[in-house]
Design a protein around this ligand. Structure first.
Ligand code: SF4
Length: 298
């Protein structure tokens, strides 16, 4: 008979309430992402001590401080590198990486590409507001051509990164886009991203209400169209996903663009980790082996 100690505790939303309340501006899209992450974890019944949330630098990168999970607020653009290490050390954990478009596609662009091709099993949520918010409104890698910002007052001269096309080309095995104004849909995408066994990329339109007056909730609402509403669309079709990723303007697709499940994640492909998470393994090097290494160098 199960004792009270053995009975799994029901995971509730209150379990994830951080000690600090978010200091984001009222109306910031990041509130919607935080709420959707908490809801997804509750619906999947994942206890907070089995989750690690890792971020870089930026408004959205303050995320680990606002949710009660294990967490690390790391260096600018380096969250994915740290998260890959965490996952390899203990692949039993649910690893979430949160950050913004500047942190992820600018400073961290190199890690973005390599974590995808390695198929590290984690969910990377980018709160994409097309601007640098924390530093008060400079052009970011996803700011549109011609957008006037503090750093480019006469208009952005650089074409924006297309995160969805980039993720598809780099080999991400789960690629999706959400909108913080579509909570139920966003929660569903987060759940799917967590359950996917491999690298899951979720770009979320998360409006910066203070510094981006172009890409507002009002601007996105009539444009976003759910891929799931098109019965002919198949997320298994990479070419179709690439075609959809290029749409921008009057119609901007959100939803699951692409998923493949036939590739092992990095930890599943690593024979050393087949016996279980590294964190539980005896990794002491026998004395005679150490001695022979030293002797070889003498
Ligand atoms: Fe959100 Fe923008 Fe305020 Fe940062 S500056 S908290 S991104 S609204």
């Amino acid at each position: 008979m199960a004792t009270a100690l053995e009975t799994p505790k029901h995971v509730a939303k209150s379990d994830f309430k951080g000690k600090v309340d978010p200091d984001w501006c009222a109306g910031c899209g990041d509130f919607g992402v935080l709420a959707a992450v908490e809801k997804a974890l509750v619906e999947l019944q994942i206890p907070s001590h089995e989750v690690v949330t890792i971020s870089g630098i930026g408004c959205s990168s303050n995320f680990p401080g606002f949710i009660n999970t294990y967490g690390m607020h790391t260096l600018h653009g380096r969250a994915l590198a740290v998260a890959a290490g965490v996952k390899m050390a203990n692949h039993d954990l649910t690893v979430l990486v949160t950050g913004g478009d500047g942190d992820g596609f600018g400073i961290g662009g190199n890690h973005f590409m390599h974590t995808m091709r390695r198929n590290v099993d984690l969910l990377y949520i980018v709160m994409d507001n097309q601007i640098y918010g924390l530093t008060t409104g400079q052009t970011s890698p996803t700011s549109r051509l011609g957008m006037k910002t503090k750093s480019m007052p006469f208009g952005n001269l650089e074409g924006p990164v297309n995160p969805i096309s980039l993720a598809l080309a780099a080999g991400a095995t789960f690629v999706a886009r959400g909108f913080s104004g579509e909570q139920k849909h966003l929660t569903e995408l987060i759940k799917q991203g967590i359950q996917h066994k491999g690298f899951s990329f979720l770009d979320v339109f998360s409006p910066c209400v203070t510094y981006n007056h172009d890409n507002t909730y009002q601007w996105f609402r009539p444009r976003v169209k759910k891929l799931e509403d098109d019965p002919a669309y198949s997320p298994a079709d990479w070419m179709a996903a690439m075609g959809k990723s290029l749409l921008w303007g009057e119609e901007i697709p959100i939803g699951k663009f692409f998923e493949r499940t036939d590739l092992p994640s990095l930890h599943a492909a690593e024979p050393v980790l087949n016996a279980g998470p590294l964190v539980h393994a005896d990794i002491r090097i026998p004395l005679e082996v150490t001695r022979s290494f030293v002797e070889e160098l003498m």
